[in-house]
Design a protein around this ligand. Structure first.
Ligand code: ADP
Ligand code: ADP
Length: 223
């Protein structure tokens, strides 16, 4: 799916009743099968933009189009951490979205197992989140996001809480997984190295006042 972000402005009113411009006229698109990374310092508006693209937050003005129209896309979202339901097994977490939309048990089993295999957690399907390492939890989170077969994959600093070695490993694994699905993806990080490694295109946001500073096209194909 192609996503077009047009003239997006977002203003908040802070605790002192001052108006804060978090995003000031943002324009870019995420093409079909494109991995776009948003990078920038803390407070530059990355999460706000991700939430607006995902329809979780309304812009003050501007529009987000999905294949040319304003609609609610199916989203797969991966958060930084702690987003798994602790009382559900890995498998039950992965099929959560399918269950919510009324998929049959058979369908849940097929799709759930497929994505558990893809992220290398087949042997942990009946484990509970607390039994998993940090990297494994994020892999379960990725499987859960993919299981709904989304139009758009949103990832908000998914590996930031991991140690450096695990983070590098997870970046490699994410690309292997991503190449099997090639979903339009918007990935947020404050780490420029991670951005350049993962992205087809890097959108650099500047701190003041939430504007695009530069768009970097990465021409090397991801392997
Ligand atoms: P980032 O994800 O890049 O760290 P955010 O999108 O979280 O940045 O925040 C961008 C700016 O908007 C910051 O100045 C932040 O304080 C402000 N902001 C974000 N959410 C709110 C909110 N709900 N109310 C007031 N200000 C907010
Ligand atoms: P679903 O929302 O799909 O029915 P569950 O059946 O796992 O998910 O749980 C139903 C609701 O009950 C959850 O949304 C949650 O708020 C609450 N809940 C269930 N089990 C627990 C638990 N062990 N700890 C905290 N909350 C729980």
């Amino acid at each position: 799916m192609k996503i077009v972000i047009e003239n997006v402005i977002k203003k908040f009113i802070d605790a002192k009743k001052n108006e804060v411009t978090a995003l000031n006229d943002i324009n870019f698109s995420i093409n079909e099968e494109e991995f776009v990374v948003l990078v920038g310092p803390s407070g530059c508006g990355k999460s706000t933009l991700l939430n607006i693209v995902g329809g979780l937050l309304s812009p003050t003005s501007g529009d987000v189009y999905f294949d040319g129209i304003e609609q609610d896309p199916t989203l797969g979202i991966v958060f930084q951490e702690n987003a798994l339901f602790p009382w559900r097994t890995v498998f039950q977490n992965v099929v959560y979205g399918l269950e919510e939309r009324g998929a049959s048990k058979k369908e849940q089993k097929e799709i759930g197992n497929h994505y558990l295999d893809m992220v290398g957690l087949a042997d942990f399907r009946d484990a509970y989140p607390k039994q998993l390492s940090g990297g494994m939890k994020q892999r379960a989170g990725i499987a859960r996001a993919l299981a709904v077969e989304p139009d758009l994959l949103l990832m908000d600093e998914p590996f930031s809480a991991l140690d450096a070695q695990t983070r590098t490993l997870m970046q490699e694994e994410l690309l292997t997984i991503w190449n099997r699905t090639r979903l339009s993806t918007l990935y947020v990080t404050h780490n420029i190295q991670e951005a350049v490694y993962l992205a087809d295109r890097v959108i650099v946001l500047s701190r003041h006042p939430g504007q695009i500073k530069q768009i970097i096209h990465i021409d090397l194909p991801k392997t």
